[in-house]
Every structure is written in structure tokens, then in C-alpha cells.
Design a protein around this ligand. Structure first.
Ligand code: NI
Length: 199
């Protein structure tokens, strides 16, 4: 008698539990399989122009690990600091970073011509290639890397607001990790060393 009375709530409970487990499993499955494949949807095709005035796509970078950074030459602080740190880090890694490449993609194509980028990049590691292009091409590259940028008017001009993440990409052009100028030197360098070794 007692057992029979308990049976209905028990069945309701176990059915509910089963639905919960299956739903959770289905929700987790795609993200887990995505992780195991090691693919994060950051990066991808772009079609830009190098600071040498030559066509430049992600294919020019694939084959060796690389770093991608978005910014602009008129940036007062974050961009020059990041490029300076990267230059110092690449020098400090020496042979460990000999295969490392880097791309500095402008978010200010209006002012950042190939010539201006070339002059600007003379202050930094020669392996850093400056990339510019049409507004549409820059927007497409920014979308591929999921970065944010925005034009902000100032007295008599404008500046650019932008994400300051360094994207570490493996030799297949797939996302490997991130770094940024606020990290301690040791952290940045160990990340770059890992990228060169495993990417
Ligand atoms: Ni900047």
C-alpha cells in the first residue's frame, strides 16, 4: 500500500531528473567537443595592405606562430607601450622567438597610411608588420578577432577607443591565447615562449 503511494511521485521525480540530465548533457556537448578540437572562433581571413604597400592576408602569417594587435599610430599610450613591450619581449626571447611574427592592424585607416605606419614602426621590432586597408577591410578583420573600436571626437580632431588585447595565434592561424600590456613582463614572455614552442 505504502509502496504504491510512493511510486507516482518517485516516477515523476526520476523522469524529471532524467530530463534534466539529458538537457544538461546536450547543452554541454557542443562546447566540450569544441574545446577538445582546440578551436576558439577568434581570427580568420583578412585582406589588408602592409606598411610596404603590398597586399597582405592571414596566409602571409600562417606557417609560423604569430601575434596580432589592433591599434593606431596616433594612440597616446596603450599602443606605443604594447609595441615597445613586444619589441623588448621579442629581443629578450632571442633564439626562442626567432620564428615569431607579429602584425599591428590599424583601427584608424583614415590616418594610418602604409607610409605613416612604416615610419611609426621603425621604432619597434622589424618583425612587426603594420597593416592597413579600407574601412570595410579593417572592420572585417576586427570582426574576425572580435575586437571593439570606436572613433571618439576630441577638440579639433578625434581619437580611437579600442581593445588592447594581444592575440597569440598558432602556425595554423588558430587562436592560442591572449596577452596584454598590463601583464607582468615574466607572464608575457612565458606566454610567448609557450606559443613559439607549442603553437
Ligand atoms: Ni592604442
Amino acid at each position: 500500500m505504502n509502496m504504491k503511494r510512493l511510486l507516482v511521485p518517485f516516477l515523476v521525480f526520476t523522469t524529471g531528473l532524467l530530463v534534466l540530465v539529458v538537457t544538461a548533457g546536450l547543452l554541454l556537448l557542443p562546447s566540450r567537443s569544441q574545446q577538445s578540437a582546440g578551436k576558439v572562433p577568434i581570427g580568420g581571413p583578412f585582406r589588408l595592405t602592409s606598411h610596404e604597400g603590398k597586399p597582405f592576408t592571414e596566409e602571409n602569417l600562417k606557417g609560423r606562430p604569430f601575434v596580432v594587435f589592433f591599434g593606431f599610430t596616433h594612440c597616446p599610450e596603450v599602443c606605443p607601450t604594447t609595441l615597445y613591450d613586444l619589441t623588448q619581449d621579442m629581443a629578450a626571447l632571442g633564439q626562442d622567438a626567432s620564428s615569431l611574427q607579429a602584425a599591428f592592424i590599424t583601427v584608424d585607416p583614415e590616418r594610418d597610411t602604409p607610409d605613416l605606419m612604416k615610419t611609426y614602426l621603425e621604432s619597434f621590432d622589424p618583425r612587426i608588420v603594420g597593416l592597413t586597408g579600407t574601412e570595410e577591410a579593417i572592420a572585417a578583420a576586427a570582426r574576425a578577432y572580435k575586437i571593439y573600436y570606436r572613433k571618439v571626437p576630441t577638440d579639433g580632431g578625434y581619437t580611437m577607443d579600442h581593445s588592447a588585447t594581444l592575440f597569440l595565434m598558432d602556425s595554423k592561424g588558430e587562436f592560442y591565447g591572449t596577452s596584454n600590456f598590463q601583464e607582468p613582463e615574466e607572464t608575457r614572455r612565458s606566454k610567448l615562449r609557450q606559443l613559439v614552442k607549442n603553437g
